[in-house]
Design a protein around this ligand. Structure first.
Ligand SMILES: Cc1ncc(COP(=O)(O)O)c(C=O)c1O
Length: 446
């Protein structure tokens, strides 16, 4: 029906127009999961049901939802300065937020490049790594090394170094010259481990093999998530990250930590780099920087990396990279308010304190039928369920649906793996509630 009057044609139940990301659209539109409001630990559906958020939005609302100081900061900022040009100009809060981020980062990670998402953070870090070698006269270092099962967002750089097959196989030949470390997971050796597994540190030595194969002089950087989140919560084996650091140092290769999930308290520290005592050369962040309130990401570079670019005539651009919305004023204002909340409510310390009880709660699922593994680290847990014969992912999908509709709980799924990672303001009673609900869901889908 041709009708240009939107007021007449708009219908609240028209679900066709929106193509949902990383979602089975047909199944969703048959039984939508709609959320219209949120506060602290809860979502609210349009019909007013309170739903407990077991996933901190999408691993991002670390301070909880719709926190008053963040809401106020965004609204003040919108009234004061909506936008200023990101290239050749800057606004004060960009410098303030960069300084606050640097104060949280270890060692000489002290230069912040802002972007708008985790995917952009990853592509930014990969580009900085390539350009870093280039400006130092080592332009032959073009290879990037990722890891199987790694998730680094959905840009072409990120899916090239990433190791999740479905995120790669539809999209052509990707970046050339990429190689992958093996995943760090072995159910045989690690099942039902709380925290960092004893087994698997030796897998970092695979980097030596890859370096021997390609030659160190061709390799620019290695990128890993300190804890691989999206693939289903794989904490690093003990000693693994130190070993990667040592091998990178030996060969002049930059080490990039993708802390898009682990940053801002998820593992009980500002960054996983601090938890593990390993300093990368470049650190990607996003999500928790402003508790998910406004899109934002960034890369923290070590001073030496930044300094390598600071040469040539002063009127020339040192790094030909950036985004219209780099350091957007609303994102920065939200970021400053979120960092205040993390500090004032000691939310990173809180996560550390809650970690043992959270891990115990997760392990109560251990003996349920069909549970193949439970892994925990910080305030995150991955639970592998046995797949239904010939229908990989079906049981996981049903678990997520049942959690939402029957148990008023949001959880994440990757195939038949459930992930739980609530905001860091979660109470002990809510931790117990999350795992009780999850247990009922698991029983229901077996
Ligand atoms: C480790 C990691 N890197 C990158 C990304 C991509 O972030 P975004 O979806 O904001 O692009 C994610 C998202 O979950 C992530 O977990």
């Amino acid at each position: 029906m041709a009708n240009t009057d939107h007021a007449l044609t708009w219908q609240t139940n028209d679900l066709d127009a929106f193509w949902l990301p990383f979602t089975p659209n047909r199944a969703f539109k048959r039984a939508p999961r709609l959320i219209s409001r949120a506060k602290d630990m809860h979502y609210f559906t349009p019909d007013g049901r309170a739903v407990l958020d077991g996933l901190a939005g999408l691993w991002c609302t670390n301070a909880g939802h719709n926190r008053d100081p963040i809401v106020a900061a965004i609204s003040r900022q919108a009234a004061e300065l909506d936008y200023s040009a990101a290239f050749h100009f800057a606004h004060p809060k960009a410098f303030e937020l960069a300084s606050r981020v640097v104060a949280l980062a270890p060692a000489d990670l002290n230069r912040v490049f802002f972007c708008n998402s985790g995917s952009e953070a990853v592509d930014t870090a990969l580009k900085i790594a390539l350009a870093y070698h280039n400006v130092r006269g080592e332009g032959a270092r073009t290879r990037l090394i990722g890891r199987e099962r790694g998730y680094h967002g959905v840009g072409f750089g990120g899916i090239s170094v990433g190791g999740i097959v479905n995120n790669r196989k539809f999209f052509g030949t990707l970046l050339a010259g990429v190689d992958h470390l093996p995943a760090t997971y072995s159910r045989e050796h690690q099942a039902f481990t709380k925290g960092e597994p004893e087994w698997g540190g030796h897998l970092a030595n695979e980097l030596d093999r890859i370096v021997a194969l390609h030659g160190a002089s061709t390799i620019a950087a290695v990128i890993v998530e300190p804890m691989a989140g999206s693939t289903g919560v794989l904490p690093p084996p003990k000693g693994y990250l130190d070993r990667l650091r040592a091998i990178c140092d030996k060969h002049g290769i930059l080490l990039i930590f993708d802390e898009v999930i682990t940053g801002f308290g998820r593992l009980g520290h500002a960054f996983a780099a601090e938890r593990y005592g390993v300093t990368p050369d470049l650190l990607c962040f996003a999500k928790g920087i402003n508790s998910g309130a406004v899109p934002m990401g960034g890369v923290i570079a070590r001073e030496g990396v930044y300094n390598a670019f600071m040469q040539g005539p002063e009127h020339t651009i040192e790094l030909f990279h950036g985004y219209t919305y780099s350091a957007h004023p609303l994102a920065c204002a939200a970021g400053l308010a979120a960092l205040d909340l993390y500090r004032d409510e000691q939310l990173f310390e809180r996560a550390r304190r809650l970690e043992p009880g959270f891990a115990d709660g997760a392990m109560t699922l251990k003996d349920l039928p069909g549970v193949l593994d439970v892994r925990t680290v910080g305030i995150s847990a991955g639970i592998d369920l046995a797949a239904r014969r010939g229908a990989i992912g079906e049981r996981g999908y049903e678990a997520m649906e049942r959690a939402f509709h029957d148990e008023d709980l949001v959880i994440r799924i990757t195939g038949d793996t459930l992930a739980i990672a609530p905001p860091l303001i979660v109470s002990e009673a809510q931790v117990a509630e999350i795992f009780e609900k999850t247990a009922r869901v698991i029983r229901a889908v077996m």
